[in-house]
Design a binder for this molecule. Structure first.
Ligand code: PLP
Length: 440
């Protein structure tokens, strides 16, 4: 076997077929896909309209380098996304994955300030427990300790603020809004310390995915963050790689927090796994700065604006609209939360169940009253994943939600075609998983 696998000591079943809500391995075993891989399969597997659009594009013109040509799929998809953004005139840059989209966002921010004659604005502020990608730039801007640790001091050491994470950080005597403001104001403190003239951008996920286990911010948080960024001339980047493209019930996740980012990134669900595709959307003023300076954006990859990838993305966005799937995301999301709560909220090791739309997180704790996480040696996160796979369930357990690399959660991000019967199957399977791990 010549594959350099993700896990050196691990063996993986070989997936050979996928259809709707299920993936099948070569032995014929069926897995209920309740996480879309990593929140990718937004429409489920084998959606006929996406398959048809993709086959059509590949057979007509799979690819033409965008330094020579534009192409219809990228033009049409950019129009469709800009039309969904709440301010007119947004411009869209297409790459192949979440890290590339965020790297593009960081470079846009730096070059924006250079174009405006403020080249000293270079630092990127992010939050503890965040993940923005695996390139040097995006990992430097990430606060996910387990993922950063290996790269150590090779990474750029930018400032970070605490996340907005009410389950663990809101005080008993604080209202939600008090907490939201206290959490947001940590940004102001860091800006004062570092100097606003050194800071290019603040980056955050509107709903934190894998690093915390689906944590929306407390109401009012992002409005205050927006005010602080405006007052200090700092660009606000919303990383919607995981939570965007309808996952939380609105096309852009930030819509529900009532603020307008300067740059938004999306990936994963945008082409539903049918092609690798990612989006960096910039507000009109960001693009205008380059026009005014008479300078292009100094960036690019071979597959920027890839015609087949954009054709898949365009088909996904059309299906979401035509089949009114955001309604299903909201309806099924409410039922999912209700059934998870009814079945597991009383479980001695379930600390919190939260999320928005079809993006839900279950935080696992050793002690419910003290919210103490399990010790590292218990390897809860890995065991959750393996046991779920044994029971034919794909969910996305993650670690590090409590502190550093302690704490476990299960992330759920099922396809938008989810029906109530799948939720019931999930509940049955999760009951078996919890029994295997906690009652053994
Ligand atoms: C919020 C967020 N940003 C960025 C990334 C990086 O995306 P990719 O793995 O496609 O490079 C991820 C991946 O999980 C993510 O969840």
């Amino acid at each position: 076997m010549a594959v350099f696998y993700r896990g050196i000591a691990q063996t993986y079943p070989t997936a050979v077929r996928a259809e709707g809500m299920h993936v099948f391995d070569e032995t014929g075993k069926q897995y209920l896909d309740m996480c879309g891989g990593a929140a990718v399969a937004s429409l489920g597997h084998g959606h006929p309209r996406v398959v048809e659009a993709l086959c059509q594009q590949v057979s007509t013109m799979a690819y033409a380098h965008t330094s020579f040509f534009s192409n219809h799929p990228q033009e049409q998809l950019a129009e469709a996304l800009a039309a969904k953004y709440s301010e007119p005139g947004a411009k869209v840059y297409f790459t192949s994955g979440g890290s590339e989209a965020n790297e593009t966002a960081l470079k846009l921010a730096w070059q924006y300030w250079r174009a405006k004659g403020q080249a000293s604005k270079r630092k990127i502020i992010s939050r503890v427990h965040s993940y923005h990608g695996n390139t040097f730039g995006t990992l430097s801007a990430s606060g996910n300790l387990p993922r950063r640790r290996v790269m150590g001091d090779l990474l750029i050491d930018w400032p970070r603020i605490p996340p907005c994470y009410a389950y663990r950080h809101q005080h008993d005597d604080e209202t939600e809004l008090d907490y939201a403001l206290r959490a947001a104001n940590t940004l102001e403190t860091v800006i004062q310390k570092e100097g606003a003239d050194t800071i290019a951008a603040f980056i955050a996920e509107p709903v934190v995915g894998a690093s915390l286990g689906v944590v929306p911010s407390a109401p009012g948080y992002f409005k205050r963050i927006r005010e602080i960024c405006d007052a200090n001339d700092i660009l606000l980047i919303a990383d919607e790689i995981m939570c965007g493209t309808g996952r939380t019930g609105t096309f852009f996740a930030h819509e529900q927090d009532g603020f307008l980012p300067d740059i938004v990134t999306q990936a994963k669900g945008i082409a539903g796994g049918y092609q690798p595709l990612a989006v960096t959307l910039a507000r009109a003023k960001v693009h205008q700065a380059f026009v005014d300076a008479g300078k292009g954006f100094d960036h690019g990859h071979t597959y920027v604006g890839h015609a087949s990838a954009c054709a898949a993305g365009l088909a996904v966005v059309k299906v979401i609209d035509d089949e009114n799937l955001l309604q299903n995301v909201n309806d099924m999301g409410a039922i999912l939360q209700e059934k998870l709560t009814a079945n597991f909220a009383q479980h001695p090791h379930v600390g919190d169940i939260r999320g928005r739309g079809l993006f839900r997180g279950i935080e696992i704790v050793e002690n419910k009253d003290t919210k103490t996480p399990f010790a590292d040696e218990m390897k809860i996160t890995g065991r959750l994943k393996q046991t779920a796979m044994k029971h034919g369930l794909m969910c996305y357990p993650g670690g590090g939600s409590a502190r550093d690399d302690l704490g476990s959660h299960i992330l759920l991000a099922p396809p938008f075609i989810l029906r109530e019967e799948h939720i019931d199957q999930l509940i049955d399977k999760l009951t078996l998983v919890f029994a295997d791990i906690f009652d053994a």
